[in-house]
Design a protein around this ligand. Structure first.
Ligand code: GTP
Length: 343
């Protein structure tokens, strides 16, 4: 079985986090989102993965390479300019065969992919779309469906007085390869707005799968913070990490002074140094190769990689991106190497 990740979007709603890195690579609990999602696929024996990349593609390629270090077989298909979700899928046609999964790369979900595939086969559908129920669907793609589990219509981002369903497109699909014939080549096409409605109009079967146990789209800052918080309360499914069972996770080669107080839940990445008389936690993520100076106090914050926090600095409710140097106390801010701004 193959999987295709759509990983080429600009991630503008997540600025400034995505100035330097593509959205699929933002860290969740110290590990890139895309890596978490690929680790989950490995649990299902899916190792042949195609990455459709565009915005900051080099970052993704440099990190994963050909995938062998991750136990995966990766292929990249690059766009010179964005082709949209449908155009990007069509662009990968040469690698896709039979039946395959497609994922948006900005979601965290807990879906039983075996069950979803069985459902797709049972429904004899051309496409199966995973759907999830949300209270307010107005910023999502809403799907209406019949009692047999087949889509009947789609509505992108409905206004409050036009909400006909609370089930939304979860950005996880199973496609039969013949559907690719329906997508024009070399054009910017939206799978959600153009191709799915076209398939319905032609009378093709689009099944909806309602088996999302957890689902979050990390497309906005608010949701990005929520994803990490959900990790701390064990709501988020992360292979190898469950904060309900353990409150401090520490990777190899850390140097933590004896006088440091760790108030879980706390995640500490590789090669992190925490100097004397520091208080870390609760709900703090320290990414790899980070140094926390003496007497500092960090709570409710997400620190990415290669960060220096100087001595005696208080940090609360901040997101700090790669290579930042923090010299001043900070509360409720996003700190990047270039600037600091409120969340
Ligand atoms: P925003 O700019 O914040 O809307 O984010 P985005 O550009 O990522 O768009 P959106 O959230 O709608 O994208 C959903 C998924 O499709 C994400 O995983 C994107 O990486 C991916 N995606 C969106 N547009 C393209 C594209 O033109 N090419 C490719 N390869 N992937 C895309």
């Amino acid at each position: 079985m193959q999987a295709l990740f759509l990983a080429g979007g600009k991630g503008t709603r997540l600025y400034p986090l995505t100035y330097g890195i593509p959205k699929p690579m933002v860290p969740i609990m110290g590990c890139p989102l895309l890596e978490h999602n690929m680790n989950i696929l490995k649990l299902y024996g899916i190792k042949d993965i195609i990455l459709s990349v565009c915005y900051k593609s080099a970052y993704i390629k440099n990190y994963f390479g050909n995938g062998s270090a991750f136990g995966l077989n990766l292929k990249y298909v690059e766009e010179d300019s964005p082709l949209g979700t449908g155009g990007a899928i069509k662009n990968c046609e040469r690698y896709l065969k039979d039946t395959f999964f497609i994922f948006n790369s900005d979601i965290l979900s807990n879906i039983n992919y075996y069950e979803m595939l069985n459902y797709h086969n049972k429904q004899k559908a051309a496409v199966t779309i995973a759907v999830t129920r949300v209270d307010n669907p107005s910023s999502y793609g809403v799907i209406n469906f019949d009692k047999h589990g087949y889509a009947t219509s789609f509505c992108e981002k409905p206004s409050a007085d036009n909400i006909t369903s609370h089930f939304i497109n979860a950005g996880v699909y199973i496609f039969n390869a013949k559907v690719l014939q329906e997508i024009p080549a070399g054009k910017n096409v939206s799978i959600e707005k153009e191709i799915f409605p076209k398939l319905l109009a032609e009378g093709q079967k689009i099944a909806v799968y309602k088996g999302c146990n957890y689902w979050l789209d990390i497309g906005t800052l608010e949701k990005y913070v929520q994803a990490n918080q959900d990790g701390f309360i064990g709501k988020l499914f992360l292979p190898n990490m469950n904060f309900r069972q353990q409150s401090i996770y520490s990777q190899p080669n850390t140097k933590i002074s004896k006088s440091v107080i760790l108030r879980g839940p706390v995640y500490i990445g590789e090669n992190v140094q925490i100097q004397a008389n520091t208080v870390i936690g609760p709900r703090v993520i320290l990414g790899n190769n980070t140094v926390i100076g003496k007497g500092s106090n960090i709570s409710d914050s997400i620190l990415w990689n290669r960060i220096q926090v100087k001595n005696e600095i208080k940090i609360d409710r901040c997101i700090i991106t790669d290579e930042s140097i923090v010299k001043n106390a900070s509360h409720n801010n996003i700190i990047t190497p270039e600037s600091t701004r409120p969340i």
